[in-house]
Design a protein around this ligand. Sequence first.
Ligand code: KG4
Ligand code: ZN
Length: 338
Amino acid sequence: MIEGKTAILAIESSCDETAAAVVLDGRDVRSNIIASQIDIHKLYGGVVPEIASRHHLENVNRVVEEALEQAGADMDDIDAIGVTCGPGLVGALLIGLATAKAYALATGKPLIGVHHIHGHICANYIEHKELEPPFMALIVSGGHTNIAEVTGYNSCRILGGTRDDAVGEAYDKVARVLGLGYPGGPKIDRIAREGDPHSVEFKRVFLEKGSMDFSFSGIKTGVLNYVNSEKQAGREISVPDVAAAFQEAVLEVIVTKTVQAAVDMKMDRIVMAGGVAANSRLREMMEEACGSRGIRLLYPSPVLCTDNAAMIGCAAYYRYLEGDFDDLTLDATPNLPL
Ligand code: KG4
Ligand code: ZN
């Protein structure tokens, strides 16, 4: 306990960020340390799983110690240890998990395995102190694209998901085709501001009528074919135009489906989460679509959109309140269902 509040030490290592945080009563973030590996993976154009694991291993103890130190806490002050147990890269997850288990074993404190996407949703409780379920959630990251009805702090119902690539993955792949480098999302976000979104009309894939699912592999191929055919014809492509046209096509589908889901379920709030929720054009388009229907739009600040451990601490807190603990057999599950 710190100041009479429940203190969670949280660890996140599902992809290329080694992160640890101390969070009080779920929403009061006392430290949020993130060691990013972006500069290393940039050299390879994407995350290399083995390299990610190695760097997690090198960083994790220092990151946890820093999180405790910055919070002015030691392990005696901590009530439980929260850790991402999936989905993610198995070798990466295992490092955070082994660390959390070691702390749990050594101190006898409860261990709480957190679903990474549950964590992303919870980032909004940190940002918006008054926010309570139920609400509609749009989770858009490098590994996920989901529309979910959040029914409680520890429960939600997935209404739709991607059938192939996640939206962040599509951003990253298209950025590579356009020679923009990794991670592609923020780069496309920036350069698309200078382009004409209707310079090329890429196909909007809505799937069957009423479906809340997504498919982004077609547009990725569409961009690749367009770039190749222009090159073959000896025409120079405008990177800002292609980036803007790709982004517009993808976001139009996401915004339409999410807002429709909220209208259908009579939800008056939509919450966004995940790395792509930091996208400025997505925010703009969602604000516009929500505003005209009387729906309130919420999203976290950029540092809480991308991977961090504070969101894992928040999710673990709500599980802690229910006494929902894991034991030391907790395993890393790369495709953990929500
Ligand atoms: O949530 P996150 O940090 O990791 C996963 O759980 O996947 O999301 C990373 C993804 C990457 O694909 C990155 O390109 C994308 O989020 N991203 C963005 C933006 N910032 C990050 N995509 C579009 N626009 C952005 N501003
Ligand atoms: Zn994530």
